[in-house]
Design a protein around this ligand. Structure first.
Ligand code: ISL
Ligand code: CA
Length: 585
């Protein structure tokens, strides 16, 4: 059983992700910026979070909203200046918070001077900083199927772009404006390490490493198998968790993190398995502190693609999260998240955003997530229960992944209406609408025209309306964050699923020495009556209610009053999306 002696600061910390473009605009150009973040630090401090993860603010052509970087050591003018950054960092630190930067080094922008130089010709000293390859044997450059491999890009189409001048192709796993760096070249690795040290010297507190498990490719670049229903191949087996990945991460740890205590290193790792996650996060291996896994946010992807989603069966989400809790119980550490800038809003996706269930499903999801073993991440607006965007036209959309997929679907014969249907519930733009601060026309986000439409439900769903309301989503998040800070069992306790003989009920215990918690959540829009084993009922008899998302409300279907401090009947019916936390110490 894990003990308090294993405690590391980030185990009792909560991270808040800022997607700066959509957080707060300070100058009326409709785009969020650094000065806007500075204006909203009170919100973060009163929410109680410990760390801010800032999505990219570096200089960038913004083909992928900053995940295409043309200068790692400057701020994009749309977000401000390095002086604005220093001012923000100082203000964050003055409030006792930490700031973690996004590290996007699987690829650069095609406008980065490294790539501009590399593209100059086959003799460029930086030619080998990227993946340049001739056309496939026996094919004319540019002919259909002449790409060096058959891999499909994450953002539709082939992963190779022809450079007419030299007749060679370059690799881009993402957009064609995001060429992949060649990590085999030690000069590339040294340049990345130096850049990271430069930011740490400036005072930042760590990095969230974008798609870092894709940096080591099989240098023979084999074709991938073509999945059913697709025309291009899946290259993932040849670039996901590649042969030198762990070597590269250990080298980065030595060159950048060693000797600088108190930092956070979190790896974004699409496709990662639990076995690999243990390797990444085993402290003895000195790689990273925690990873973002993707299984639970892939559960609703259909067999053809994420744009053909399927409905989850009751209990699927809980079963997958339990699997991750169990696999990393002894060694390693989980990042706990339901949302980020790439995912649909969790209340719309895993909860129920209809008027009857919106609030309770938002608070139930938060409860089951935040009280697991791991470090919780709150994505901006999640703490308000923000929902998916109601976009009805392709012109409302901004995201490169969404737009590319739409064009491809329509070119392949889908009607625009059909293609829009695929986009509606899964587009990354769902999470990118402006944060809803108040009920005004632009939700307090900007005095100008927002770069992407504000969700019209901001008239009632906003921070100002929830502030101080004990039944609000916002106050529920505050309570959960306080619990992690106050109770060592939340940070350091073990996790054990408790059988309720009902797939829709997610119940688990956390235990640390004599301190223990029982979390019971009905993750469905129907009333449910869990059936706990007699031993469980005895074990929790007389435990006090530490948190209840229906506190103070009449939930008389039988669940009984659950005033904090009073008991709770574990045999009673749970109303839809009820979430209760019992404690013993
Ligand atoms: O969003 C996705 C699926 O719809 C993922 O495939 C996503 O592209 C993947 O998780 C990697 O994400 C990260 O790298 C991308 C960037 O577009 C994302 O915003 C970023 O989080 C390329 O840098
Ligand atoms: Ca602005």
């Amino acid at each position: 059983e894990p003990g308090a002696q294993d405690h590391t600061w980030w185990k009792s910390a909560v991270v808040y992700q800022i997607y700066p473009r959509s957080f707060q605009d300070s100058n009326g150009d409709g785009i969020g910026d650094l000065a806007g973040i500075l204006q909203r630090l009170d919100h973060l401090q009163s929410l109680g979070v410990d760390v801010i993860w800032l999505s990219p603010v570096y200089r960038s052509p913004q083909a992928d909203n900053g995940y295409d970087i043309s200068d790692y050591q400057d701020i994009d003018p749309v977000f401000g200046t390095l002086d604005d950054f220093d001012e923000l960092l100082a203000a964050v630190h003055a409030r006792g918070l930490k700031l973690v930067m996004d590290l996007v080094v699987n690829h650069t922008s095609d406008e980065h001077p490294w790539f501009v130089e590399s593209r100059r010709g086959v003799d460029s000293p930086k030619r080998d900083w990227y993946w340049w390859r001739p056309a496939r044997e026996g094919h004319e450059p540019g002919a259909p199927g002449a790409e060096p491999t058959n891999w499909e890009s994450f953002f539709s189409g082939p992963t190779w772009e022809l450079d007419e001048a030299t007749g060679e192709y370059y690799l881009h796993l993402f957009d064609r404006k995001q060429p992949d760096l060649n990590w085999e070249n030690p000069e590339v690795r040294q340049a990345v390490h130096a850049m990271m040290r430069w930011w740490l010297d400036r005072g930042v507190d760590g990095f969230r490493m974008d798609v870092i498990n894709l940096i080591s490719k099989d240098i023979t670049l084999p074709d991938g198998a073509v999945p059913a229903g697709r025309t291009l191949g899946d290259g993932y087996p040849h670039y996901g968790a590649g042969p030198r990945l762990h070597e590269f991460l250990q080298e980065m740890h030595r060159e950048v993190f060693a000797g600088r205590p108190g930092l956070l290193a979190v790896a974004e790792t699409p496709g990662v398995t639990t076995d690999e996650a243990v390797l990444f996060t085993d402290p003895a291996r000195r790689e990273v502190d925690m990873v973002f896994q993707f299984e639970h946010v892939g559960l609703d992807h259909g067999p053809v693609s994420k744009f053909h989603p399927r409905t989850l069966r009751p209990g699927e989400l809980a079963a997958n999260l339990t699997h991750w809790q169990e696999a990393l119980a002894d060694t390693g550490w989980n990042s706990l998240y339901l949302e980020n800038h790439d995912q649909a809003r969790s209340v719309s996706r895993f909860g129920d955003d209809s008027p009857a269930h919106w609030r309770d499903s938002a608070t139930a999801l938060a409860t089951m997530l935040h009280l697991q073993r791991g470090t919780p991440y709150v994505y901006q607006g999640e703490e308000l229960g923000m929902t998916n965007a109601p976009f009805a036209a392709i012109a409302d959309h901004r995201d490169v992944e969404t737009l590319n997929w739409y064009d491809e679907a329509v070119a392949a014969g889908s009607s625009p209406a059909e293609a829009l249907l695929g986009i509606a519930s899964v587009s990354r733009d769902n999470a990118r609408t402006p944060v809803q601060w108040d009920g005004s026309e632009t939700a307090g986000f900007t005095s100008g025209e927002p770069w992407i439409a504000v969700n019209p439900n901001s008239s009632w769903l906003n921070a100002a309306a929830q502030e101080g309301d004990p039944a609000s989503v916002l106050e529920h998040y505050r309570a959960l964050i306080r619990m992690r800070h106050a109770l060592p069992v939340v940070a350091d306790g073990s996790f054990e699923r408790v059988d309720a003989e009902d797939d829709a009920v997610f119940a688990f215990e956390r235990v640390l020495d004599r301190e223990r918690l029982l979390v019971v959540c009905n993750l469905s829009s129907e009333a449910r009556t869990p059936l706990f084993a007699p031993a469980t009922l005895v074990r929790w008899e007389g435990a006090s209610v530490l948190l209840d998302n229906a506190a103070g409300r009449d939930v008389s279907a039988g669940a009984g009053a659950a005033d904090p401090g009073a008991g709770f009947d574990l045999g009673a019916e749970l109303m839809p999306w009820r979430a209760v936390v019992l404690g013993v110490n």
